[in-house]
Design a protein around this ligand. Structure first.
Ligand SMILES: CC(C)(COP(=O)(O)OP(=O)(O)OC[C@H]1O[C@@H](n2cnc3c(N)ncnc32)[C@H](O)[C@@H]1OP(=O)(O)O)[C@@H](O)C(=O)NCCC(=O)NCCSC(=O)C[C@H](O)C(=O)O
Length: 358
């Protein structure tokens, strides 16, 4: 009788066995379809704290009761970055586990957030559009609108629209996409002066924008901190959001990919860069994110840095002690190429008489 675990017999058995594949192909998505994502997730304090600590998000309102109380929270809530990553993580099994690229996301909002630890998430997505990729015949491009709900109250605590390239079952003929103008040597049209805010309060951003006004200048600066990607950030953090994308934890499957290795979850890259930016400001509340793009992959050993451009400031917010600022944040690595960019709207604390000057 055949011993199935005999190495030769087993190797033959593996060759002959079909693989029960995971995830959906491009052809499985139809505009208008709704998918209820089974995993759901309990937003645990430990996972939130692991995410926040490892991505260098150290805003005290998410760590300490007195700071949370000062910010108008009943207790340190789940941070919006982890809430967003967990909402997306729970969708991966149905939407993007098959592989492909997380291209971008927009209209990220937290209608009934923030939420306390222990909140149980129920997540659903609608297929918004499906399109051929003109440059990559083996992929299609799918956009979904996703909502994360508090399973107890049904309140929407996080929503967004995201776009991925999804592998096709059958490649199609394409026009090959637009031809890149490789010979273009135009100098980039950057302003002559880059200004940095003196501090991290709302008034500091207003002041810097005023100094840039009517001049060939921008309020744009780098943040010093960097975070080298390791097995915790690349594999452990996405798995703590139930993100089953093999890109983050299956080195063998990724060996033949263009990256040649596992890659960081886009939300880890993004949250790390945002943390660097937040460490140089007095964040009051996160309002929303738009036009997020993931330009290139990040692999273990890459160090994630951040660059910020301040776009506008508005003296209007949910609390008199804050104003609203719109930023463009860019994550980049030691190779100095952008890997993520997005527009962030956040409320920033105004300077109070008792505040120090940072
Ligand atoms: C994905 C890339 C390899 C593409 O590179 P390149 O071909 O140079 O870029 P193009 O700009 O030409 O884009 C290709 C097509 O995709 C469309 N596109 C690009 N961005 C968007 C967007 N934000 N929204 C909609 N469509 C977009 C373009 O129009 C092009 O279309 P077409 O011409 O018809 O083909 C490269 O960008 C890359 O490597 N990006 C990094 C991807 C990445 O690392 N993402 C994060 C990590 S993976 C992850 O987190 C997975 C996650 O867990 C999950 O499950 O989603």
């Amino acid at each position: 009788m055949t011993e199935w675990t005999d190495p030769d017999a087993f190797a033959r058995a593996l060759e002959r066995a079909d693989t029960k594949s995971k995830g959906n192909c491009f052809e499985d998505f139809t505009e208008g379809d709704r998918l209820e994502h089974d995993p759901g997730l309990r937003l645990a304090r430990w996972a939130n704290d692991a995410w926040m600590g490892q991505t260098l998000n150290h805003d005290p309102a998410y760590w300490r009761r007195d700071a949370a109380d000062d910010r108008g929270f009943d207790e340190p809530p789940i941070h919006p970055d982890y809430l967003l990553a967990a909402t997306l993580g729970a969708t991966v099994e149905d939407l993007s586990e098959r592989g492909g690229y997380f291209l971008g996301r927009t209209d990220v909002r937290f209608p009934d957030g923030p939420v306390p630890p222990g909140t149980e998430l129920r997540v659903e997505s609608d297929v918004v559009t499906t399109a051929a990729s003109s440059s990559r015949p083996e992929y299609g491009i799918v956009t979904w609108r996703t909502r994360g709900r508090d399973a107890r109250t049904d309140d929407v605590v996080c929503s967004y629209e995201r776009t991925n390239m999804i592998p096709r079952r059958e490649p199609i003929a394409t026009d090959g996409g637009a031809t890149a103008d490789d010979d273009a040597t135009d100098e980039p049209d950057l302003p002559s002066t880059f200004l940095t805010p003196d501090g991290g309060f709302f008034e500091d951003f207003v002041d810097a924008l005023e100094r840039a006004d009517d001049r060939d200048a921008a309020v744009a600066y780098r943040h010093e901190r960097g975070r080298t990607q390791d097995s915790v950030t690349v594999a452990a953090l996405p798995l703590a959001t139930l993100n089953t994308a093999k890109q983050h934890h299956n080195a063998e499957a990724m060996a033949d990919a263009p990256s040649g290795d596992v890659v960081a979850y886009g939300d880890v890259t993004r949250s790390t860069a945002l943390a660097h930016a937040r460490s140089d400001e007095r964040t009051w509340r996160e309002v929303g994110f738009d036009d997020e793009s993931f330009h290139d992959f990040v692999t273990p050993g890459d160090t994630v840095y951040a660059f910020t451009r301040v776009l506008e400031a508005d003296d209007d917010a949910s609390d008199d002690r804050a104003g609203t600022v719109r930023f463009e944040h860019v994550a980049f690595t030691q190779r100095e190429k952008p890997v993520y960019s997005g527009i962030r709207t956040a409320e920033i604390r105004k300077r109070q008489p008792t505040d120090d000057n940072r």
